[in-house]
Design a protein around this ligand. Structure first.
Ligand code: GRF
Length: 190
């Protein structure tokens, strides 16, 4: 599987994918990492795994569609088959989804359809639910919706802060992100 990964932040999910490829668990190759924030430390992780990376700063584009067109061009130039949003903090448009129909995967830190959007972890704490988690799903035009591929549950503990809860959710994210890619490709037959 030829993967294109999009990330905005620390990139621990990006690294989980890279590691599981290196360890032979996931039969895939990350052809390109695109990141949108010059400060994103995900670029150091790409260097560590000798994966090509490219900064496409959203501030250099006039609108979301223009950014997505540039992303599509870069991924298509490398024959990318699957696009993975691994902590991509921008809303994507039909420019991306039409170029990769049913082939864009996102990870979200809640049990969807609960707690969509940003601050999913704070929303779960605020709602005082006892169990939250994370979801890997195919992306459609609505934010944090689309067919669910895999989920993991994470209990909320009495003294949890957004940080402690996020840490435990991330352990599960790193496990299910690669599972989600494998499941999606099996469903599509490639
Ligand atoms: C993840 O928790 C993901 O669910 C959220 O952004 C975070 C990215 O973390 N949308 P990382 O950059 O992969 O460490």
């Amino acid at each position: 599987l030829k993967l294109g990964v999009m990330a905005s932040g620390s990139g621990s999910n990006f690294e989980a994918i890279a590691r599981s490829i290196d360890e032979g668990e996931l039969n895939a190759k990350i052809e390109l990492l695109i990141y949108n924030n010059p400060e994103a430390t995900v670029k150091n992780r790409a260097q560590k795994y000798q994966i090509p990376s490219l900064l496409l700063n959203h501030r250099d584009f006039s609108n979301r569609k223009a950014l997505d067109r540039a992303i599509v061009e870069e991924f298509k130039a490398r024959d990318v088959e699957w696009v993975i949003m691994a902590g991509w903090m921008r809303i994507v448009t039909e420019e991306l989804l039409k170029a990769f129909p049913q082939r864009v995967i996102n990870i979200h830190p809640s049990l969807l359809p609960s707690f969509k959007g940003i601050n999913a972890i704070e929303q779960a704490l605020e709602a005082q639910v006892k169990i939250t988690g994370c979801t890997v799903h195919l992306v459609d035009l609505e934010v944090d919706s689309g067919p669910i591929l895999v989920q993991a549950a994470v209990p909320i503990l009495p003294n949890d802060t957004p940080e402690t809860l996020h840490q435990r959710i991330q352990i599960q994210e790193h496990r299910i992100i690669t599972q989600g890619i494998a499941i999606a490709s099996a469903l599509q037959g490639s």
